[in-house]
Write a protein that binds this ligand. Structure first.
Ligand code: FAD
Length: 308
């Protein structure tokens, strides 16, 4: 129930206005978001590198409703990659991009605009030694997004996919992408989806994640295990052993600010760990999705409000 309300609020302009205008929100935001500027994000990237942890940087902003917005987002990613190169942090860096930010919401020709923008970011990433991963969004966008990814991978084969285990279709998608050269992030899924397309009860979604993980870890691709769930992290470790996977043949991915001790523990046992690091002023929908995942985060926010 709370989850549903929060996910609806993540799309509400009124709720956004209230939350953004509340001064104490900043304290909660700081836990999950690296800062507003690209340099804030790169400072965190440098700190993580010192701990043996990689990063995928996400420039927050999901409302590329017109050409200007989409261009601004694209330019911001290009600038981030240039700054990362200047700072000596580009090699091995990944950037996570949302197709909605790159123009897919533009009514006429949005997918084509979005493809061109994504291709430009992928090309720049390749030049500086970085990679790009396309975040997964609402269930209605998955099929066209995977088609776009397949097209993009012809010229930019390192571009990563994201699959959401809570969707019923995803086991098939895992088979489709468990192939040599494919980088595939498997997450549970953070959006609302109806019962006919998604496993809407948590135990079902967790079981689906385990099935998808088995397919990816048995395949020839490069799985990116994106979860904080202790039992699924342990399963990934067992499956890597079972399939004789070297530590360099897959990675764990966790969100900035969530289970930091586990991030360090995994890195300390020689696993590849990458932290998903969002930055930017447009943090509202991201914050609401993190609260929807975990009511304790909502409590944190409400406590901060009360102590104002
Ligand atoms: P859960 O069962 O939700 O959590 C397991 C445990 O992790 C919890 O008990 C708690 O200890 C901890 N935890 C989980 N979430 C939180 C939180 N918000 N605050 C504090 N503790 C928490 N979703 C998409 O739909 N599209 C994407 O492109 C996408 N990319 C992602 C990239 C990465 C690297 C990660 C880690 C997640 C991504 N997600 C994405 C979000 C994902 O779908 C889940 O919503 C999110 O990861 C929570 O699921 P979980 O696997 O951690 O398991």
């Amino acid at each position: 129930m709370i989850r549903r309300v929060l996910l609806a609020a993540s799309r509400s302009a009124r709720a956004r206005e209230f939350v953004v205008a509340t001064p104490v929100t900043r304290r909660v935001v700081d836990r999950f978001v690296a800062g507003e500027r690209p340099l804030d994000a790169l400072e965190v990237v440098r700190g993580l590198a010192g701990e043996g942890i990689l990063a995928t940087v996400d420039r927050l902003g999901e409302r590329g409703a017109d050409l200007t917005d989409a261009r601004e987002a694209t330019t911001a990613y290009l600038g981030l990659l240039d700054l990362a190169e200047d700072a000596g942090l580009a090699a091995g860096l990944d950037v996570s991009v949302k197709l909605s930010a790159l123009g897919r919401l533009i009514p006429c020709g949005g997918w084509k605009i979005c493809y061109d923008n994504a291709a430009e970011i992928c090309a720049r990433a390749a030049v500086v030694g970085a990679t790009v991963t396309l975040d997964a969004e609402e269930h209605t966008t998955i099929e066209p997004a995977l088609r776009l990814l397949t097209d993009l991978r012809r010229d930019h084969p390192a571009t990563g996919a994201v699959l959401q285990a809570y969707l019923r279709r995803t086991e098939d998608d895992c088979r489709r992408f468990a192939v040599a050269g494919a980088r595939v992030r498997l997450c549970k899924g953070a959006y609302r989806a109806p019962r006919d397309v998604a496993w809407t009860h948590r135990p079902e979604a967790d079981a689906a994640y385990a099935r998808c993980l088995r397919i990816l870890m048995a395949g020839d691709g490069y799985p990116m295990v994106a979860t904080h769930d202790p039992s699924l992290l342990a399963l990934a470790e067992r499956l890597a052993e079972e399939h004789g996977r070297a530590a360099s043949s897959f990675e764990y991915q966790l969100l900035h600010g969530i289970r930091p001790h586990e991030q360090l523990r995994l890195a300390s046992i020689g696993a590849q760990v990458r932290v998903y690091l969002p930055y930017g002023p447009d943090w509202y929908p991201y914050l609401l999705r993190r609260m929807a995942e975990r009511p304790a985060n909502l409590a944190l926010f409400l406590r901060a409000l009360r102590s104002q």
